[in-house]
Design a protein around this ligand. Structure first.
Ligand code: T4K
Length: 414
């Protein structure tokens, strides 16, 4: 339970914890705190699993979970996986991607690593700053004779320009995979994410609004691809002692599937809470010049799981995003700088591609902060977080002077 120390409401910038005041929250308030469904139902399912002694290897809970996900998404096949990264690796391999594959750099490192891990070169492409997703014009420019595919990432659950990417992939004979790690329960033009491109992958990691502890899935309408993915997930076994493919171990276990089935029963409630929180942040920060909460498209289905604060230069030239982040951390607000600094500025890519510049990605990675949301956060927590933001941003000049007084180190990692 988070304890707000009410007597510590900040009256001025000088009261902030980073300058020696007491933190406004007694315990950390996390971006990425898991949502948990009906505990009694979950424990009932755990007991069923323990009683049956069927713990993994395509057990009944995994089968039911796959059916329910496929139904919800409106796709023929769902193959549940141990996590989203392995789902990506298997989908990439099953699609026969090789040589070069075009990906955004503004994504979690797993998207790039899933390629590099298999000896495929991720070709980092810049994004459209309005959507934070791949810019189709730049994708086209990045195609070479070695290109075999494109991986679009529906960042924050904001869908890629799917039509444009599909058109390019079709015309240029490329495979198209979507990393939909953030986009479970979202739609594009009214159709649920999960059935676009050759395949899509989900992550059901604990930090996702819908989780299976660890987990993920490959979803597709392609029968042959689904069959291949299923075999690859289980070492390539086609019979008791028959292996027909190179495979790995990507299986989801029964406990994760039980968590998933239970989470699914609360899915609409999780989304409703996320939406309420998102709207509250937007309302509270509506009049703050130079800071905006990235808008979701209300004509589509959204999961609202990331509340993304985007700062513009009017703010960052006075108090940088990293300074703001440190100020929040000191108050026990663990906002996250996703996806700083961009994959191309992390190893091994930074060393492999020393001259690569992606201006939109680099600029965005310096300007966004993901704020705490989900069922463990209350409306009053959000009000306080917004008061902090308004205090710092609204008194940028004074904050700047005090920050300068602290000397160097404020913007470095905690
Ligand atoms: N593609 C994309 C676009 C992705 O974003 C991801 C994963 C993937 C692919 C790969 O999917 P997986 O293989 O992960 O299924 C987190 C997640 O670990 C990662 O799943 C996620 N994206 C990424 C965006 O965020 P970190 O390094 O930020 O995790 P961590 O441990 O710092 O946790 C974040 C916050 O959540 C912490 O402040 C504390 C809180 N937390 C975390 C856990 C695990 C809790 O309160 N409870 C918990 O159990 O990567």
């Amino acid at each position: 339970m988070l304890m707000l120390r009410e007597n510590l409401m900040k009256k001025g910038v000088g009261d902030l914890a980073v300058f020696g005041g007491l933190p406004v929250f007694g315990q950390p308030l996390y971006a990425g705190r898991p949502n948990i469904g009906d505990r009694a139902r979950l424990l009932e399912r755990f007991n069923q699993i323990l009683d049956s002694r069927w713990l993994t290897n395509d057990g009944p809970f995994v089968k039911e979970f796959e059916r329910r996900i496929a139904d919800r998404v409106g796709v023929k096949h769902c193959v549940a996986m141990c996590n989203g990264t392995v789902a990506l690796e298997i989908a990439i391999r099953a699609l026969g991607m090789e040589g070069e594959v075009i990906v955004p750099s503004f994504t979690f490192i797993a998207t790039a690593h899933a390629l590099q891990w298999q000896g495929i070169t991720p070709v980092f492409c810049d994004i459209d700053p309005r959507t934070h997703t791949l810019d189709p014009v730049k994708v086209e420019q990045a195609i070479t004779p070695r290109t075999t595919g494109i991986i679009g990432v529906h960042v924050w659950g904001h869908t890629c320009n799917i039509d444009a990417l599909a058109e390019i992939a079709d015309r240029r004979g490329l495979k198209l995979l979507f990393d939909a790690a953030h986009a479970f329960a979202c739609s594009f033009k009214g159709r649920m994410i999960g059935s676009f491109g050759n395949a899509e992958i989900f992550s059901f990691h604990a930090t996702k609004f819908f989780n299976t502890l660890e987990g993920g899935a490959v979803v597709t309408n392609d029968d042959q691809l689904a069959k291949k993915v299923r075999l690859m997930r289980n070492f390539g076994f086609t019979g008791y002692d028959e292996v027909s493919y190179l495979g790995t171990n990507g299986k989801m276990n029964e406990i994760s599937a039980a968590m998933g089935l239970t989470s699914l029963e609360s899915l609409d409630e999780f989304i409703a809470v996320n939406r309420r929180h998102y709207l509250r942040y937007r309302e509270e920060l509506r009049d703050v010049a130079g800071a905006r909460v990235l808008a979701y498209d209300e004509t589509e289905r959204c999961n609202y799981q990331y509340v993304v604060l985007e700062l513009d230069e009017a703010v960052t030239r006075v108090v940088s995003r990293d300074e703001l982040w440190r100020v929040l951390l000191a108050e026990n607000v663990t906002a996250r700088r996703y996806f700083y600094p961009g994959c191309h500025r992390m190893e091994p890519y930074r060393s492999n591609l020393p001259g690569l510049r992606l201006p939109e990605t680099e600029s965005l990675a310096e300007r966004v902060l993901c704020l705490p949301t989900g069922t463990s956060v209350t409306e009053s927590d959000i009000k306080i977080i917004c008061q902090l933001l308004k205090l710092i941003i609204g008194n940028g000049g004074e904050a700047r002077r005090l920050l300068d007084g602290l000397g160097t180190g404020i913007a470095s990692a905690p």
